[in-house]
Design a protein around this ligand. Structure first.
Ligand SMILES: NC(=O)c1ccc[n+]([C@@H]2O[C@H](COP(=O)([O-])OP(=O)(O)OC[C@H]3O[C@@H](n4cnc5c(N)ncnc54)[C@H](OP(=O)(O)O)[C@@H]3O)[C@@H](O)[C@H]2O)c1
Length: 290
């Protein structure tokens, strides 16, 4: 089976490299050419110059680009995947909104091809080791695709599109709003003169231990290697908010948390790990003019 892979960012690079390492014949494309060159040197595969060319020789094409706009662009723009004359399966692994996924499904199916969602939980190292949790929506056989199996520790077939996108956003919303809550609480304590060490230790002695232990090291470390960039955390929360609004549900929590992460992203933390929201607030507290 020839596998096309579009998007060699933090996740896509490692996922595609995993596929190459376990023996798939890969055709790769990335908007910024330098990443493709590095990829072919390090992991192998065949580089092409457009999404359309990926489609020319692939049986299945994985898309792992940043967001709705990027997915729309690789599918629909001139020299996009759908300009190819060939038939292949399309698997969108990016985190996108359910409503946008439905629009993409219609365009893909109108072109005579099949569309599946397979968003993932896990990050860079899980991608490289094939240990992602993968939520598949589409045809049941999509959950059996060898390339999805090679990337996943566990695969959940969740039914029709766009349920996988909804599930992925629902899970990220809990992670990210929990971190936003922790951040605001630490800021409150710091703002009233409680030391960082003390507030973290008080929290660690409650059932919040796991949350504190997950973030206390990396969150205040500006040098922590980025696994999930701040800008994408802000994007996911804004997608949660719009997905809730689309089904006429309140989205106050997600939209407030989206504001917090956007504020950090727009203040020089865009490519920092999302956990650095804690560092951003710590610096905000320190910079107050009292
Ligand atoms: N990082 C994580 O831990 C993680 C975990 C689970 C899911 N995700 C999701 O996985 C997806 C990819 O995340 P990532 O961390 O790999 O992001 P990333 O490092 O920012 O990479 C983004 C990729 O999208 C491409 N791209 C962006 N805009 C584009 C456009 N308009 N047209 C074509 N290509 C475009 C980029 O190309 P260039 O190289 O040219 O910029 C790059 O290949 C996102 O949806 C993210 O939410 C991430």
């Amino acid at each position: 089976m020839r596998v096309g892979f579009i998007g060699l960012g933090l996740m896509g690079y490692n996922m595609a490299c995993r596929l190459s390492e376990v023996g798939f014949k890969l055709i790769v494309y990335n908007r910024t050419r330098s990443k493709v060159t590095k990829f072919v040197d390090e992991c192998g595969g065949e580089a092409v110059n457009s999404p359309m060319e990926v489609g020319e020789t692939s049986d299945v094409v994985h898309i792992m680009v940043a967001d709705n706009e990027a997915v729309g662009s690789v599918l629909l723009k001139p020299k996009g995947l759908l300009s190819s004359g060939k038939k292949f399966r399309i698997v969108v692994q990016s985190t996108i909104t359910p409503q946008f996924s439905l629009v993409m499904k219609s365009s893909v199916e109108a072109s005579g091809r099949s569309y599946a969602e397979a968003p993932v939980l896990g990050s860079v190292s899980e991608s490289r080791e094939g240990k992602l949790l993968t939520y598949v929506a589409g045809d049941k056989e999509d959950a059996e695709l060898p390339s999805i199996k090679a990337l996943s520790k566990k695969i959940y077939y969740v039914g029709e599109v766009p349920k996988a996108s909804a599930i992925k956003l629902a899970i990220n919303n809990v992670f990210l709003t929990s971190l936003a809550g922790l951040t605001e609480s630490v800021a409150l304590a710091l703002g009233w003169g409680v030391s960082k060490e003390n507030i973290l230790s008080y929290l660690r002695d409650t059932w919040l231990k796991t949350l504190v232990e997950r973030y206390e090291g990396r969150g205040f470390n500006g040098e922590f290697p980025t696994r999930f960039p701040m800008r994408l955390a802000a994007k996911d929360l804004s997608y949660v908010s719009s997905a809730l609004s689309k089904v006429r549900l309140p989205a106050a929590l997600a939209s407030s948390a989206a504001d917090l992460f956007s504020q950090a992203a727009n203040s020089g933390f865009s490519n920092n790990d999302y956990s650095n929201i804690l560092l951003f607030f710590k610096e905000l507290v320190a910079s107050r003019k009292v």
